[in-house]
Design a protein around this ligand. Structure first.
Ligand SMILES: Cc1ncc(COP(=O)(O)O)c(C=O)c1O
Length: 397
């Protein structure tokens, strides 16, 4: 067989493939409204673009140190101290080609064959596949909508075995939008330390929290959990920089060094120009973020209210990120003239074909009976998309 056993274990990213299909339909002239995107619909701020253009003009276009330029590492150290109350040294930081790459490096550096990795569901699509790609075993823990989709100490304790190596946390969460407060993190930290488990803490949406909520990093709970945590963050979401591909990890120097060695043999440094842009993003004016957040907040309230007004659909108000995670269980088992809507994938397919609306089925996130709608799109599109969804749902019997 040509393809390796490892490669066969992995499926393509469901969110990216739905977005690709929607884009193909658009290219074929179909007026698709996409709620499938995982990126802000805002342009990268001008000061950040200018820093990149300056880097090009000044010839900053060569290899850089593998783990990132010292100025950027220092700026990340400053950011983690100021925003998160975390003290790291530059050798505890690794800059990578997006947070996804940081997560992958962490998985490569930490997991051995047969290690179990606890992943609370609904989860971001890449965690289980990245675990599989590194010969470890994803242990999916189903959280409950009634508990705002956060993993309780009881659920977590039950999932732990002698083989448990790590737990992957993502807060605010993609897809649910819910986050963990300090108390919930303290309980998880206590369990992780007691059982000597690592925490991969994906905090990429930290700056996208509504209603005055303040992000707490689990690493800031105490020095013991900090030692066992790899904080993952990046520039894609907060600064509308998805295409620039810069993310970073912070953690124990030995783990970071192992991640850097892996990076040195795979991608080398993240793009030199993007690193200069990222440096400007952290050190330059920050007023872009509250402005974007204000717009997202308006859309969040509108979308969630309208979803709840649809018969048989319910959606809890998300606390952060830019996704609404709606419960559509009432519609499963209903029919079109030609099709039975068995699950959320059928629903996503039906809405794409019938209403030209793209969204991601809950099954992609390990949670059946839901759909994820990104509101990183204009109010007009949200409104039109909702009308189309309502009409399509009414046709189901
Ligand atoms: C939870 C989560 N983590 C990580 C990433 C990856 O971000 P990046 O663009 O920095 O690779 C995403 C992007 O969708 C995400 O939603």
């Amino acid at each position: 067989m040509m393809i390796s056993e490892r490669a066969k274990k992995v499926k393509p990213s469901a969110t990216l493939s739905i977005d690709t299909k929607a884009k193909e339909m658009k290219a074929a002239g179909i007026d698709v409204i996409s709620f499938a995107v995982g990126e802000p619909d805002f342009d990268t701020p001008d000061n950040i673009k200018a820093a990149a253009i300056k880097a090009i003009n000044e010839g900053f276009t060569k290899y850089t140190p593998v783990g990132g330029i010292p100025e950027l590492k220092n700026a990340i150290v400053g950011k983690l101290k100021q925003d998160n109350g975390l003290q790291y040294k530059p050798n505890e930081i690794l800059v990578s080609v997006g947070a996804k790459h940081s997560l992958y490096n962490a998985a490569q550096a930490l997991y051995s064959e047969g290690d179990e990795v606890i992943i609370p569901a609904p989860y971001w699509v890449s965690y289980p596949d990245q675990t599989l790609l590194n010969d470890a075993v994803p242990v999916i823990v189903q959280t409950r909508e009634e508990e705002d989709f956060v993993v309780s100490p009881e659920l977590l304790s039950k999932a732990i075995t002698k083989k448990t190596k790590a737990i992957v946390l993502n807060y605010p969460s993609n897809p649910t939008g819910f986050t963990y407060d300090r108390k919930a993190l303290e309980a998880i930290a206590e369990i992780a330390v007691r059982n000597n488990i690592y925490v991969i803490s994906d905090e990429i949406y930290e700056k996208l929290l509504y209603d005055g909520l303040k992000h707490v990093s689990i690493a800031s709970i105490d020095p013991e959990i900090k030692k066992r945590t790899i904080v993952i963050n990046g520039f894609s979401k907060s600064y509308a920089m998805t295409g620039w591909r810069v993310g970073y990890a912070a953690g124990d120097a030995a783990i970071i060094k192992a991640m850097e060695n892996i990076q040195s043999q795979s991608t080398s440094n993240p793009t030199s120009i993007s690193q200069k842009a990222a440096l400007e993003a952290i050190t330059g004016p920050q007023d872009f973020i509250p402005a974007m957040l204000k717009e997202f907040d308006k859309r969040r309230r509108y979308l969630v209210a309208e979803l709840n007004a649809i018969d048989g659909v319910s959606c809890k108000m998300p606390q952060g990120a830019f996704y609404a995670f709606a419960n559509i269980r009432d519609y499963l088992g209903r029919k079109t003239a030609t099709m039975l809507i068995k699950d959320s994938s059928d629903m996503a397919l039906y809405l794409l074909e019938e209403a030209a609306v793209a969204l991601v089925p809950g099954s992609a996130f390990g949670a059946e009976g839901y759909i994820r709608m990104s509101y990183a799109t204009s109010m007009e599109k949200i409104s039109e998309g909702l009308n189309r969804i309502k009409t399509a749902l009414q046709k189901l019997t």
